[in-house]
Write a protein that binds this ligand. Structure first.
Ligand SMILES: [Zn+2]
Length: 150
C-alpha cells in the first residue's frame, strides 16, 4: 500500500473525522482483512499478519472500531489470520465462543448470537472460504480455568 498523505485523507476540521473518513477507513480495513485471508491461503503467513496489522492501524488512526465479524477473523495478539478448526481451538461456553489461537495461545472470547443460533464471527462471509462445519471444530463445553488465570 502506498504511503497515505494525511492532508488528502483528512477532510474535517482539525481533530474531527468526517463520515467519509469513517466509511473509507471501514472499507480499507475490510479489504485488508480480505487480503490477509488470501495471503494466508497461499501460505504467506507473514504477509497475512502484516495486512491484519495494517487494518488495525487504520482503525486506530481514524478511531473506527472493527465490526465483530472482522475482529473475529484474526488473533488479537499475534495478528494471525484465524482459520476456524485449523489454527484455532474453539469451545462454546456460557453464551460465548472461546477461541484459542494455536500460534500464540491467546484466548479470545467472542459473542455468540443466541437469536440466530449462529456465531457472529468467522470467515463464512468471505468469498471462497468454506463454511466451517461445527461438528469438526469440536465445539463442546470445556473448562478453560487455566487459560483464564493468565
Ligand atoms: Zn495468536
Amino acid at each position: 500500500m502506498p504511503h497515505m498523505r494525511r492532508t488528502a485523507v483528512r477532510g474535517g476540521r482539525r481533530g474531527f473525522r468526517t463520515a467519509l473518513m469513517v466509511s473509507v477507513a471501514r472499507e480499507r480495513m475490510e479489504n485488508l482483512v480480505r487480503m490477509a485471508a488470501a495471503a494466508d491461503r497461499s501460505g504467506e503467513s507473514a504477509r497475512s499478519r502484516r495486512y491484519v496489522g495494517l487494518a488495525r492501524k487504520i482503525g486506530m488512526r481514524y478511531n473506527v472500531r472493527m465490526s465483530p465479524e472482522l475482529r473475529g477473523q484474526f488473533c488479537s495478539a499475534c495478528n494471525t489470520y484465524l482459520r476456524y478448526g485449523v489454527n484455532t481451538r474453539s469451545r462454546l461456553r456460557a453464551g460465548r465462543r472461546v477461541v484459542t489461537c494455536v500460534q500464540c495461545g491467546q484466548v479470545t472470547r467472542l459473542p455468540f448470537s443466541q437469536d440466530r443460533g449462529e456465531v457472529l464471527t468467522g470467515p463464512s462471509d468471505l468469498p471462497g472460504e468454506p463454511e466451517p462445519a461445527l461438528a469438526e471444530e469440536g465445539l463442546e463445553e470445556e473448562d478453560f480455568a487455566d487459560e483464564e488465570a493468565e
